[in-house]
Design a protein around this ligand. Structure first.
Ligand SMILES: Cc1ncc(COP(=O)(O)O)c(C=O)c1O
Length: 407
């Protein structure tokens, strides 16, 4: 069940001062101490060269002005043919919209669906943009905690059900999940789908890590809730090239939605950013086609599994009790017995004395104090960088064993 210390009395996230900018905090720490920076969830390597070649060719060929607001036809066609969730179809002419990153897809989806005061269910911890995106669209975010069980996180379907009120309008779902690495199982998606249909809700599903499911078990693969019976008509699927193709700075994302929802979503997008960067849309179209043709996403998953193993080994050796993520490229860990529970302070000590930084997560929780004792480490880094981080982290082990750390 939802734990009452995580859900405020009203069940809603009260307006509060923004959480500290932990990204800038972490970057500054890493620079000051020459630390390996595992704070930011952006790769330290470029995506496949085919993307840059196609984008450069598009710039040289004069694709440098606005394109159709809904998206360049070449990317829309490619998305419709290759990137839609398994078991679904979307018409590129009316049901797919290219946006300025997945973030804009999420923002316009929420703007389309929410009326003032509507409640939006979010799973906690959550990607730190969510509360602000919901509030900007006039909604009220309501947090339901994911539960740590065994070696990972699971959904508490009863807690989600208990959080539904007469004002609930949208379930904002993220699978694979940042920061926990949770990947919704078939059973979890079915229980959420049943709840959505029972209460006439809508779903905004953030699937930016769809190509990064690491499990080896048969059940461990990405599934979209949009592919379940009756859900396509009630779901906006948001994704993008940032994580799948390692081009976070290109700002190319997309939304798949039924025609009735795509119309207003496209209107919102037209007024917000008008169109995503034109030549980069063509780079992404070429990259997606190439990745599907060559099976590159599978190779990328193998590389990520090696990266995950290297970092997990280092965190385990340091006694930081990492949770093995089933998807995405983040690892949640504890600050251990000897680092302070205050995650900002723990991160500072880690950077100063051991030359590694993670990311404190106050902005990923309803109440910053729920982030106490937790750090997130990103493994979207070159293998050698992660091995060096693991080597440095292992120096933490003797201090942990001795129960002492430099003051
Ligand atoms: C869960 C999640 N959604 C969305 C985004 C942002 O995607 P984009 O860069 O395409 O806007 C991120 C980035 O870290 C993320 O972790």
């Amino acid at each position: 069940m939802a734990s009452s210390d995580l859900l405020p009395v009203s069940g809603a996230l009260a307006p509060r001062a923004p959480a500290p900018d932990v990204y800038t905090h972490t970057d500054a720490l890493a620079e000051r101490h020459g630390a390996v920076n595992l704070g930011r969830g952006a790769p330290d390597f470029d995506g496949p060269a085919v993307l840059r070649r196609a984008a450069t060719a598009a710039m040289r060929a004069g694709v440098n002005q606005y394109v159709a607001s809904a998206g360049h036809p070449e990317l829309l066609e490619t998305l419709g043919a290759l990137a839609v969730p398994e078991g679904t179809r979307y018409d590129p002419r009316t049901e797919i919209t290219v946006t300025a990153g997945a973030t804009e897809a999420l923002a316009t989806a929420l703007e389309t669906l929410l009326r003032p005061g509507d409640e939006v269910l979010v799973l906690e911890p959550f990607y730190d943009s969510y509360p602000a995106l919901v509030r900007r669209a006039g909604g009220v975010p309501v947090a339901v905690p994911l539960v740590r069980r065994g070696s990972g996180y699971v959904l508490d379907a009863d807690a989600v059900s208990a959080a539904v009120t007469g004002r609930t309008r949208v379930l904002l779902l993220n699978t694979p999940h940042n920061p926990t690495g949770w990947v919704a199982s078939a059973g979890e998606l079915e229980s959420l789908a049943a709840l959505v249909l029972r209460h006439g809700l809508y779903v905004v599903c953030d699937e930016v890590y769809e190509q990064l499911v690491h499990g080896t078990g048969q059940d461990d693969r990405h599934r979209s809730i949009a592919s379940l019976p009756g859900l396509r008509e009630r779901t906006v699927v948001c994704s993008g090239a940032a994580k799948s193709l390692s081009v976070c700075g290109w700002r190319v994302g997309w939304a798949f939605a039924p025609k009735e929802l795509s119309g207003p979503l496209r209107d919102a997008h037209r007024m917000l950013s008008y169109c995503a960067p034109a030549p980069l849309q063509l780079g992404v179209a070429a990259g997606l086609a190439w990745a599907h043709r060559t099976g590159w996403f599978g190779l990328q998953r193998q590389e990520y599994r090696a990266r995950r193993a290297a970092l997990l080994a280092g965190l385990e050796a340091a006694g930081l009790c990492p949770v093995t993520p089933s998807g995405g490229f983040m690892i949640m860990a504890s600050t251990g017995p000897d680092l302070p529970a205050d995650p900002l302070r723990a991160n500072e000590l880690l950077a100063r004395d051991f030359g590694v930084t993670g990311l404190p997560l106050p902005g990923f929780h309803v109440r910053p104090e729920s982030a106490s004792g937790l750090l997130r480490f990103a493994f979207c880094k070159e293998l050698g960088v992660l091995q060096e981080a693991a080597r440095r982290l292992s120096a933490l082990a003797p201090a942990t064993e001795k129960g002492t750390l430099p003051a």
